[in-house]
Design a protein around this ligand. Structure first.
Ligand code: SF4
Ligand code: SF4
Ligand code: FES
Length: 264
């Protein structure tokens, strides 16, 4: 049987081990992916054993503690620390999620942290999001209108607003663009150059479904493509992984339904 291995310089090696837990009985061990583009070295997993009496409850607290007290070179994105900005998305304990919303107690065994999968790595836990942001820009994520501007704002009924916000607050407008979904989608792994992926398609649907927007036809035309939209095979990883409880697979299905309806 054919065997596949990563190229030599991509294989993840065992890295350094730091034990800063002192005599504490309340400890956890973090195993963190490290890679520095300025060093001619393979990626590695560094291991940090820390005293949980000195650290907050969330995985983000853990890596901030490591950065502040053990190894200041550890690199990751974060901003809001409450699931709003989407910048601390990473793969924790085998699942793409937000480090600030993932409790350390919910991780089994060592807390294993990797960057979001199938993205180029800038450094350590920071993925290169340039391509996915270019895809986001391609759907023109802003209100497009043709009719004369009203003297006040363009109003929307509560029912229409609910399409965007969701009756339970989990509608497409609640997406924080963390890209946990796109980086968990096998179709996106293999076709990211041409398939837009669930995050960007959910955003596309957010504008298509907006009753104030007057470019629905053009937006659907732009998606009518065997790759951009139709590479979604309803595998559902996206919906299962979304840390905000949104349903990108449903949004994609809604776009496909609109495509069919306009041909009928
Ligand atoms: S439902 Fe579609 S977009 Fe979501 S993971 Fe599956 S293939 Fe990807
Ligand atoms: S749908 Fe969910 S997982 Fe995907 S980008 Fe939006 S918030 Fe993140
Ligand atoms: S730090 Fe903003 S979502 Fe986690």
């Amino acid at each position: 049987m054919a065997q596949f291995r990563l190229p030599k310089n991509s294989r993840i090696e065992k890295g350094k081990t730091y034990d800063v837990s002192g005599n504490s009985k309340n400890t956890r061990t973090f195993k963190v992916y490290r890679w520095d583009p300025d060093k001619d070295e393979n990626p590695r997993y560094d291991t940090y054993k820390i005293d949980m009496d000195k650290c907050g409850a969330m995985v983000l607290d853990g890596i901030i503690y490591i950065k502040d007290h053990v190894d200041s070179s550890l690199t990751f994105r974060r901003s809001c620390r409450e699931g709003i900005c989407g910048s601390c998305a990473m793969n924790i304990d085998g699942t793409n999620t937000l480090a600030c919303l993932k409790a350390i107690d919910d991780c089994k065994g060592d807390v294993v942290i990797n960057p979001l999968p199938h993205m180029p790595v800038v450094k350590d836990l920071v993925p290169d999001l340039n391509h996915v942001y270019a895809q986001y820009a391609s759907i023109e994520p802003w209100l497009k209108t043709k009719t004369t501007e009203p003297s006040k704002e363009r109003l929307q009924s509560q029912e229409d607003a609910q399409i965007l916000n969701g009756a339970d607050g989990h509608g497409p407008a609640a997406c924080i663009l963390c890209f946990c979904c796109s980086t968990s989608c096998p179709s996106y792994w293999w076709n990211a150059d041409r398939f837009l992926g669930p995050a960007v398609l959910l955003q596309a649907y957010r504008w298509i479904a907006d009753t104030r927007d007057e470019a629905t036809g053009e937006r659907l035309d732009q998606l009518e493509d065997p790759f951009r939209l139709y590479r979604c095979h309803t595998i559902m990883n996206c919906t299962n992984t979304c840390p905000k409880g949104l349903n990108p697979a449903k949004a994609i299905a809604e776009i496909k339904k609109l495509m069919v309806a306009r041909k009928a």
